[in-house]
Design a protein around this ligand. Structure first.
Ligand code: HEM
Length: 664
């Protein structure tokens, strides 16, 4: 009997060792046979982590540009356990890869991490192939230009709320310069310091983002000008605001994270997080149940675990749970609230559909609309996509699981990207007071509505179409792309065209590169946005005027669903030379795609742009932003690029700016 058990254990151990060794060997063999082996690239400083630690700091060290200088536009770097990854900034190669989204899906380990981070495995961000095509078609009506414009009142009201809070802080120096954590899952300042090595390590993985990390406290103290270190390297000449002595320091990242959470909750699925309001109350509140649940999931996804690295190589390990009781409870909460939101919206949509079938009478429809009780009156993204799904043929509709996953998808894809974008915009303006003053002058020329709660359509139109505001937003999103890079895996053996010849290890110049099914590819969005070949010698300089050029150089580019593809070779506004294949403004900030073969470009780009513009209009009218020139802001890349103060790593992500009320 004992002998039998022992023999069983031994056999099991042997089988396990055999599985691990053979999987690993197969992967090594696959890699050794991949055509990528002919490409040049940087040496790998670590077998386990490859070049990933350097990648984490890429924005502070100009890493990709330095690699490009050494190895050209297309080269190979190393991921976990020496895995070769293709990196290319070649415009033809990038257009080819992103334009064939279904032949080049997201790698499984990326999808797995995004999905464990609360995006949900059946959401638009994660699904591939026909499921993706079907979901994208159903979700599209929620993201049209007209529909997103109809959500402007939500952006407006949240911008006004934040503006009032900041003005209050500026005038009274209330102890709210950085809000406390609404999720109750974050460490105390001391714990944050103790946890430093683990957190620093976690951030090196580049696949474990925590979109809620900007809520990490330890910065919840009101601070007058604190002295930091040397100037940031993004703009070479630091600028002192003449009145900075009379201003109050706030962590704009933490506040904007709350504002964008409130926005996506309300505009995305008619849910009120009220996270701005709860933070503005002195002493704060416990925070909202759903926000806390998301906080738990994001925090746990962000923790570094050896198993996460192993899962990249051994997919079978992904089956094994890594959830504790807190995570399980959080998922149950998310599901319970999500189900109730979906059921409510579904019931409203069904009622509406039945009534429309009974009578096309406009008055009747109007009566119905007035019975809808949630804040966006049925205009939130979830309501629209449920209606769109119901009007599709049954086989094409979204399942309940798919619908539920869109809620967490909106949260994970649309919350921190927007707050990061707005944070970097305020940072860029704080460092360029002349540009900030000009923008304020121009925005103040747009009449401010007497009833500030309800913006008239004319004000919204004037803000959204304002040329200088548009130029500032484009220029910030070019220089500070919230998503630094994206990854794909070759789903087929393929030949990728390149615009710039690649010199391989054998010294041969190649006009195309071969990839083998399974090869991992990285597209460095931010590096392409700053390419000197495309944007000229001043590519690194914040110069909104480049978007206002007239004549051929300033030819306008029209953006829209997949319209970007095929625009290669055509100069867009602000672009010196052709070559950056992107959805918006010929830059890659919102990715790129092709409706025919996989449009994985950002479906929420209009949402984000309108939100940013309306917030800037409201905030800049009354508030001046400046930054202590001795503070050195660094960029930390974990999918979304977040700011941190170099001398205050224990404080996590933050963006300390000085705010001051400007005279009317
Ligand atoms: C400044 C803000 C934003 C930036 C920079 C941004 C950037 C991106 C990028 C680069 C992608 C493509 C990722 C890839 O190809 O791997 C993407 C996809 C996506 N984004 Fe955004 N995004 C922003 C805001 C939003 C918002 C507000 C929403 C929703 C309300 C949203 C929803 C999505 C979704 C659902 C996808 C997946 C699309 C698909 O695969 O078909 N994003 N975003």
């Amino acid at each position: 009997m004992l002998y039998g058990i022992l023999l069983g254990c031994v056999l099991l151990a042997v089988a396990l060792v055999f599985y691990v060794v053979s999987t690993f060997l197969l992967l090594l063999v696959r890699q050794a046979l991949s055509p990528l082996r002919y490409l040049r690239g940087p040496p790998s400083p670590s077998f386990f982590m490859g070049n990933l630690r350097e990648m984490h700091d890429q924005e502070n060290t100009n890493l990709i540009a330095r690699w490009e200088e050494q190895f050209g536009s297309t080269f190979v770097y190393r991921g976990f356990m020496g895995g070769a990854r293709l990196m290319t900034t070649d415009p033809a190669a990038v257009a080819h890869i992103l334009g064939r989204g279904y032949d080049y899906p997201k790698p499984e380990f990326v999808r797995d991490n995004l999905s464990s981070m609360a995006a949900g495995e059946h959401g638009l961000l994660i699904v591939e192939g026909e499921d993706h095509r079907r979901q994208r078609r159903i979700l599209s009506p929620a993201f049209t230009s007209a529909h997103i414009k109809s959500l402007s009142p939500v952006f407006w009201q949240k911008a006004m709320e934040l503006c009032d809070i900041w003005l209050d802080i500026a005038s009274s120096s209330r102890d709210l310069a950085a809000p406390t954590d609404p999720f109750l899952v974050t460490p105390s300042p001391q714990a944050a310091r103790d946890d430093l090595p683990a957190r620093a390590f976690a951030t090196t993985t580049s696949i474990l983002p925590n979109p809620f990390s900007s809520f990490i406290p330890g910065k919840a103290t009101s601070r007058r000008q604190a002295k930091g270190s040397s100037s940031s390297q993004y703009e070479k000449t630091p600028v002192v605001s003449p009145d900075s002595a009379s201003s109050t320091r706030v962590d704009v990242l933490a506040w904007l994270a709350r504002a964008t959470l409130d926005v996506i909750g309300e505009a995305g699925f008619g849910y009120q997080f009220n996270s701005l309001a709860s933070a503005a109350k002195k002493g704060g509140e416990k925070g909202n149940e759903l926000a806390r649940a998301f906080g738990v999931i994001f925090s746990s996804a962000r923790k570094f675990r050896v198993i996460t690295v192993l899962q990249a190589w051994f997919p079978e390990l992904r089956r094994y749970g890594r959830e504790g009781a807190a995570e399980r409870e959080a998922r149950e909460t998310m599901r319970r609230i999500g189900l109730s939101l979906v059921e409510q919206r579904h019931a409203e949509a069904t009622k509406e559909q039945a009534a429309t079938l009974r009578s096309a009478d406009a008055q009747h429809k109007q009566q119905l609309a007035s019975t809808i009780e949630h804040p966006t009156d049925g205009r939130d993204l979830l309501s629209v996509l449920i209606r769109s799904s119901l009007s599709s043929v049954p086989s094409q509709r979204l399942s309940l699981e798919e619908t539920l996953c869109q809620i967490s998808t909106f949260l994970s894809a649309g919350h921190e990207t927007s707050s990061s974008a707005m944070t970097w915009t305020l940072y860029a303006l704080a460092r360029a007071p002349d540009i900030q003053a000009q923008l304020r002058r121009e925005l103040r020329a747009i009449p401010f509505p007497a009833n500030a709660d309800v913006p008239p359509a004319s004000t919204i139109a004037a803000v959204l179409d304002h040329p200088y505001l548009d130029a500032v937003v484009r220029e910030t999103l070019r220089l500070h792309a919230p998503v630094t890079l994206t990854m794909r895996v070759a789903g087929v053996d393929d030949v990728v065209p390149v615009a710039r010849p690649v010199i391989d290890r054998r010294g041969r110049a190649c006009s195309e590169i071969h990839v083998r099914k399974g090869d991992i590819i990285t597209v460095p969005i931010q590096a392409m946005n700053k390419s000197k070949e495309v944007w000229g010698e001043d590519a690194e300089v914040f110069r909104p005027e480049r978007w206002l050029l007239s004549g051929e150089e300033g030819e306008s580019d029209d953006e829209g669903e997949g319209s970007s593809l095929g625009r290669e070779g055509r100069p867009g506004r602000g672009q010196k030379k052709a070559g950056a294949p992107g959805l918006w403004g010929n830059m890659l900030t919102f990715g790129n795609g092709n409706p025919l073969n996989g449009n994985r470009a950002c479906i929420g780009f209009r949402f984000a742009i309108n939100e940013i513009k309306i917030f800037l209009y409201v905030l800049l009218r009354d508030i001046d932003f400046s930054i202590d020139p001795t503070i050195h802001i660094e960029k930390k890349v974990i999918v979304v690029t977040r700011p941190a103060v170099k001398t205050e790593p224990h404080m996590g992500n933050q963006m300390p700016l000085n705010i001051r009320r400007v005279a009317p």
